[in-house]
Design a protein around this ligand. Structure first.
Ligand code: COA
Length: 248
């Protein structure tokens, strides 16, 4: 499954999220919070129905839907839920947990203790009560991807979290819901990638950096050690520091 960010593609979201964003345009402060609460209040009862197992999304990306584990190595204590599509030559080291709705390409290495497609960290006060917002999207992992140990990759809200072909994720990285990691991008140890972030093709995200939700890091750009990225990063630049600024 060859998967890469194409110009203008950016985030893969469903029409529902697009409608939500459209409604939120130009809205700030308390009004934004109220609209967000209203959106999820409306969505959650419907999700209860949608989330029934038989309704769980199945994927047909690039024509690959087959579940061929014969050429794969599955280590001890690996759990793979239903509706997981697996390519050829995939190595699951011990204790991996792969949630429903995950699609994995060919030649992928997933090191020990990694969780893919888990529920996102998303909570909202609704009528004074803290409510967890269920995510029903999935995860797509392209070909030739390497994912280190103790990595958590959350599934999308309604769309997918995507690791494009050839990207490399180091140990202890957190990748939140609906993130896109570009082709051959590198995300190094302990980086925290917030929800809906897009990491451009060939970008380098250094250890311990935090990237705020919704940010885009440009193609071939580098985020330095321990940076806190609060604004979009253009293509072909180096940013570092807290908050991250472009290296001149
Ligand atoms: C951001 C980075 C690319 C800059 O490297 P560089 O261009 O060689 O920059 P320099 O080392 O010449 O430093 C230039 C200035 O920026 C500062 N600086 C460099 N990296 C910094 C960082 N991550 N955070 C804050 N300040 C940083 C330096 O202290 C120096 O400041 P000064 O001019 O006041 O002395 C580099 O420091 C970095 O973070 N690389 C990532 C390394 C990595 O990913 N390692 C993991 C390998 S598995």
């Amino acid at each position: 499954m060859h998967y890469e960010i194409k110009p203008g593609q950016g985030k893969i979201v469903t029409a529902a999220i697009d409608r939500y964003r459209e409604a939120m345009k130009g809205v700030t402060g308390e009004e934004f919070k109220a609209l967000k609460r209203a959106f999820f209040k409306d969505l959650i009862p419907r999700l209860d129905k949608i989330i029934a197992p038989e309704m769980m999304l199945t994927y047909d990306i690039g024509g690959i839907t087959r579940d061929d584990r014969e050429s794969c190595y599955v280590g001890p204590n690996v759990s793979i839920e239903r509706d997981v599509s697996i390519g050829e030559n995939v190595i699951f080291e011990g204790n991996n947990y792969i949630h429903a709705g995950t699609s994995i390409g060919n030649n992928v290495l997933i090191q020990a203790n990694t969780v893919i497609g888990g529920e996102a960290y998303s909570h909202e006060y609704i009528d004074g009560k803290l409510v967890h917002l269920p995510h029903i999207g999935g995860v797509i992992i392209g070909d030739d991807v390497v994912i280190g140990s103790c990595v958590c990759i959350d599934r999308g809200l309604l769309g997918r979290t995507i690791l494009c072909t050839g990207c490399r994720i180091d140990n202890l990285v957190h990748i939140a819901h609906d993130v896109v990691v570009g082709t051959n991008a590198l995300v190094v140890a302990c980086a925290m990638i917030g929800g809906r972030v897009v990491i451009g093709n060939g970008a380098w995200i250094a250890p311990n950096s935090s990237i705020k939700n919704g940010i885009t890091v440009g193609t071939n750009s580098m985020v330095g050690l321990h940076a806190c990225v609060l604004n979009d990063v253009p293509d072909d630049v180096v940013v570092y520091g807290v908050p991250a600024k472009e290296k001149k």
